[in-house]
Design a protein. Sequence first.
Length: 205
Amino acid sequence: MENLERKPVDFKKERPQLFKMKGISAKTVEEHLKIYEGYVKKFNEITQKLNNLTDEDYNAANVTYSLIRELKVEWTRAFGGMINHEIYFGHLGGEGGKPGSTLGSQIDKDFGSFEKFVKEMKATAMSARGWAWLLWSDDLNRLVISISDEQNTYMVQNSKLILALDVFEHAYYLDYGSNRKGYVDIFFDNIDWPVVEKRFEALKV
Ligand SMILES: [Fe+2]
């Protein structure tokens, strides 16, 4: 995995609207971005270690414990932590409301209505230990909502992440304490739907 070094997105510069959201404080965003940057750092560090494995390390491969096993497993967590947060911060700081264009029609088709979609997404977020995701499934040829308890769990094969809702406590505890529902509700008022629409349209569904 040569040449895989990634730089963190400079959200302070690229999305200043993240620091002026309704009900999600600048302090929460600032602290959350440090967590995101930590994932990018670990992604680069683990990638580097994988690149530097020796023949001795390859020969020591073992299912219970081996260096290559540990690195391969944690690489997926670092990668997930990096990409999940890039998607999340990339579509926050907007006006909320409803998606239009192709995505709006697809949501109506796959969930019955925007309101039904929101109901399922919020209930999924209230049941998740990490993330609620809106995904496009290439296999099912439709949008699906999935749950994840970590940065890298319960992945849905051949799917693409369209909308990510972070429900780790670091995403809301400073502003809402244990009232996760308050945060989940306000999340929808801050979605930048035009960004999500573009992301969806780029799939050329
Ligand atoms: Fe997070």
